[in-house]
Every structure is written in structure tokens, then in C-alpha cells.
Write a protein that binds this ligand. Structure first.
Ligand code: 3PY
Ligand code: MG
Length: 255
């Protein structure tokens, strides 16, 4: 589907992805009609289960876009199943060491890179590709992204990036701000986060790997794109829904 290549080439100045935790495939159907490059289904803090996520992925594909899934912490078995269901990328939270990164790769890449088990029936349908071609191309067709959102992960960034099969990093500014302040603050848009972001960006570029990050709104997403990030989030669907509602009410009250 060319997603990995487009992501790495940073076409259109970086991708903007939707981010959906509400476990309703029909909600995905609507949001995917907007001009997002991809859609992330969040299974860590969102409420998707495997069956609803597989249906969500199908609705992203229906809109002609690549689907991305964020798995729960350490749930690498789900990463394989989501790829089987046709996800183009996996985002894994709390990857804090090269060992964590290797466990992620084990689940998301076929040999020789990993130990992903065979069974991509829905993926073959969604990608319109033969089993032989999927086996040959899946390791480069699908993208494995490790979340950096702790001090440990920042300290181990080069070791994590050096793991063969890790295609990129996704910075989680909320958890990272909590970690950097020892639990004192939730400050995803602070100077400490900006500093960490530029360090991670430089390390990703040095390793030739992609960098993504969660932005709470369009302003933050725009700042990330200007910095040179490859894929950014411009707010979760609940925030966008409520902002839209708020704007409509305020507009109506003004007239
Ligand atoms: C974080 O900011 O910690 C994330 O995981 C992004 O949602
Ligand atoms: Mg997080």
C-alpha cells in the first residue's frame, strides 16, 4: 500500500493522523472521510477489543487509508493479531529498553527479523496481495513504532533505535512530562518536552528512522510538523468532537 515509503519520504510535509479511542467502527467510517492521512485506533487507553478493532481497521481501509493500532502496554501478541487484521502499523507504548524493542519486533516481523506467526487472512484481503507476496513484503510493508515516554526510554534511545525491525519512534508527551517531573506535573507542551523532542528527532534522523508524536490539537500538531516530524496527531476524537460542539454552540449564541 506504500504507507511505509510515504511515511519515510515525508510526503506533503508529514502526515496527520486521526486518533480514535471510541470503539465504534462507524465512528471511524465518518472521521476517516476527513483529510487525515491515516487513522490510529487506540487500544491502550481507548476501549477497542480485538473484534471491534478488526472492524475499525476495515472501515479505515474502506476510506482507502492505512490503519494504525496502538496496543496496550506489553501486549505484543495483540500486535501480531492487529497486523493479521490488516493494520499497516503498530504503535507500542512504554518501550523502555532494547529488550522491550526486541520483544516488539519478535511479534511484528516475520523471520529473519522476528518470529511473527503466520495467519494474515484479513490483511491479504485488505492489501489485495497474495500470501507469497505478503510474506516477502510484510516486514517492509508494515511499520513497527516504539513509544518513548519515560526517562529510561530517553536514556536508551540509541539502543532502541539500533534494534533491527524498529522502524521509528512515537513520543508520548503526557507520560514523558509526568516521568520528567517525577510525577509532579502533566505538562505535555512544556519546554522540557520540546527539548526531549529535539533530542529524539536528532537520534531518529541519525538512525534513518521515522519520528511521530501525539499533539493535543491542531496548533501542537503544526509545531511538530514544522520541527520536521513524520507523523503527528492533532488531538483525540473526543477532543475534536467536543471542540466542534463548543464552536457550534458559541457561534449560535453570538448571532
Ligand atoms: C502520551 O502522551 O503519553 C501518549 O501516550 C500519547 O497519547
Ligand atoms: Mg502515554
Amino acid at each position: 500500500n506504500g504507507f511505509a515509503g510515504r511515511l519515510k519520504r515525508r510526503e506533503n510535509g508529514g502526515m496527520i493522523s486521526a486518533w480514535i479511542g471510541t470503539p465504534d467502527p462507524l465512528f471511524v467510517n465518518h472521521l476517516a472521510q476527513e483529510d487525515f492521512d491515516t487513522v490510529v485506533l487506540d487500544m491502550q487507553h481507548g476501549m477497542w477489543d480485538m473484534a471491534s478493532a478488526a472492524n475499525g481497521i476495515a472501515h479505515v481501509r474502506l476510506a482507502g487509508k492505512p490503519a494504525i493500532a496502538r496496543i496496550p502496554v506489553g501486549d505484543f501478541a495483540s500486535a501480531s493479531r492487529l497486523l493479521d487484521a490488516g493494520a499497516s502499523a503498530i504503535i507500542a507504548p512504554m518501550i523502555n529498553s532494547a529488550d522491550d524493542a526486541r520483544a516488539l519486533v519478535k511479534a511484528t516481523k516475520y523471520p529473519p527479523l522476528g518470529e511473527r506467526s503466520w495467519g494474515p487472512s484479513l490483511a491479504l484481503n485488505h492489501f489485495g496481495i497474495s500470501a507469497e507476496d505478503y510474506l516477502q513484503s510484510a516486514n517492509s510493508l508494515t511499520v513497527t513504532i516504539a513509544m518513548v515516554e519515560t526517562r529510561m526510554a530517553l536514556d536508551a534511545i540509541d539502543e532502541i533505535l539500533a534494534v533491527d525491525g524498529i522502524d521509528g519512534i512515537f513520543v508520548g508527551p503526557s507520560d514523558l512530562s509526568i516521568a520528567l517531573s517525577n510525577g509532579a506535573r502533566l505538562a505535555p507542551e512544556s519546554a522540557a518536552i520540546d527539548q526531549a523532542l529535539s533530542t529524539v528527532l536528532a537520534r531518529c534522523r541519525a538512525h534513518g528512522k521515522v519520528i511521530c508524536a501525539f499533539g493535543g490539537d491542531g496548533d501542537r500538531a503544526g509545531q511538530y510538523l514544522k520541527l520536521g516530524l513524520d507523523l503527528v496527531i492533532a488531538g483525540a476524537e473526543t477532543a475534536q468532537l467536543r471542540a466542534g460542539a463548543r464552536t457550534a454552540i458559541q457561534t449560535a449564541r453570538k448571532i
